[in-house]
Design a binder for this molecule. Structure first.
Ligand code: PLP
Length: 390
């Protein structure tokens, strides 16, 4: 049997490519221009925020968001999950913040809200939540504690766009939110990312961070004129406000993004349906099936064994390989980040042991791709196959 099941499939379609070809035939400007602007506006409308900034990756979105936060709030501690993508923690370290770690809630793979609240102190400058693999991680408890203590929430929605909390899209709750359009995600602009916010000051900062710290990137004329007046000896087109980056995307990415956005909601409905079929047909004696699906929108099937039997896990992974099912062990970002060399030096060799829920996913969890063109029969064959492994 070969199930021929890659991690992601058909995420850039023939139709997307035809739209790009049609665009190229007009011999257009290819660097950041009208389509980038239009994609940003359409994305903001879809998400329910005022402003968005299209960048070249989700990791760039992470780094720009943290850089902008540093400008507005100064340095201190940022609360992060142990189960996340490397750039969520790297961006915290690179900008000079101190990461403070929190274990996950096994039912949604996001930070345990009670633990987040416990770790807030006078040095906390933000909570940088990762919605892992399509699950909602917000609770009323967390949001009210953050608002009471005036702690900004930065949302990493790279793996979960389309997921909601109380009917509103994740990414519309925090001070800023980040998205990735890498191939393996809900939609793709080849490489790409977005930062969204309702705050004009942060929006202006992010625009500058994306483009060398250049003042001409500001679209707040008053602010732009202030810089120009304060620097009469400089060419207004070449004023650099602070050390920054070049993390712009381009018109081809934006044309792809605009076309993909048209079918995102429909594709997400199919993904939700697929995930439910998967969980409903897995053997709950062997695998965790009690994920909290309220508001979730997963591009992954989470396969987590109930027991902590490494040999059983090895057998599952070997059998998946044999039938051509691609998977990633440890789920989001390779499992417990504190086991990674880049963090061991900073957090200490033993720190990873303090996060048992993340440890369980690290050793006994993996994810398999969930995409719109999967048929019910194919999902059922996978479930039967997995249920038969002892
Ligand atoms: C949660 C999360 N944040 C950030 C990123 C980084 O996105 P990119 O690959 O576009 O840099 C990823 C990538 O997969 C991710 O899963």
């Amino acid at each position: 049997m070969n199930l021929n099941w890659p991690l992601m499939s058909n995420n850039i379609t023939r139709e997307d490519l035809n739209v790009v070809i049609e665009f190229l035939n007009k011999e257009p400007i290819l660097t950041q221009s009208k389509n980038v602007k239009a994609f940003e506006e359409e994305w903001s409308k879809w998400l329910g925020t005022k402003y968005s900034i299209f960048v070249n990756s989700g990791s760039s979105a992470n780094l720009i968001a943290l850089s902008a936060l540093k400008q507005t709030s100064g340095l201190g501690e940022i609360i992060v999950p142990t189960l996340t993508w490397v750039s969520d923690i790297a961006s915290v370290i690179q900008t000079g913040f101190t990461p403070v770690f929190v274990d996950i809630n096994p039912r949604n793979l996001c930070m345990n809200d009670c633990e987040v609240i416990k770790k807030i102190n006078k040095n906390t400058k933000g909570v940088f939540i990762t919605y892992a693999q399509g699950f909602n991680g917000l609770t009323a408890n967390l949001l009210s504690a953050l608002s009471e203590k005036r702690i900004p929430l930065i949302e990493d929605v790279c793996e979960s766009y389309g997921a909601t909390f109380k009917g509103n899209k994740l990414g519309s709750f925090g001070l800023m939110s980040n998205f990735s359009f890498y191939f393996a995600h809900h939609m793709s602009t080849i490489e790409g990312g977005m930062i969204s916010t309702n705050d004009n000051c942060l929006y202006q900062l992010c625009r500058m961070f994306r483009s060398h710290g250049m003042v001409r990137e500001l679209n707040d004329e008053q602010l732009k004129n202030k810089y120009i007046e304060e620097n009469p000896e400089l060419d207004p087109d070449f004023i650099f406000a602070f050390p920054a980056y070049n993390m712009r995307n381009n018109e081809i990415g934006a044309v792809l993004g605009r076309n993909q956005l048209k079918r995102l909601d429909k594709n997400n409905q199919k993904r939700k349906k697929n995930f439910k079929i998967f969980l409903d047909n897995l053997n709950p004696e062997k695998y965790r099936t009690d994920f909290n699906l309220e508001g979730s929108c997963n591009y992954a099937f989470n396969l987590v064994t109930k027991s902590q039997n490494l040999k059983f896990c090895e057998r599952i992974m070997q059998k998946l390989r044999e039938v051509g099912v691609e998977f990633r062990r440890g789920s989001a970002g390779g499992g417990n980040q504190l086991r990674q060399p880049y963090l061991k030096k900073l957090a200490g060799d033993e720190e990873y042991k303090k996060y048992p829920e993340t440890e369980h996913i690290h050793f006994f969890g993996c994810y398999i791709g969930n995409y719109p063109d999967l048929s019910e029969d194919k999902i059922l064959s996978l479930c039967n196959f997995l249920n038969a492994i002892d």
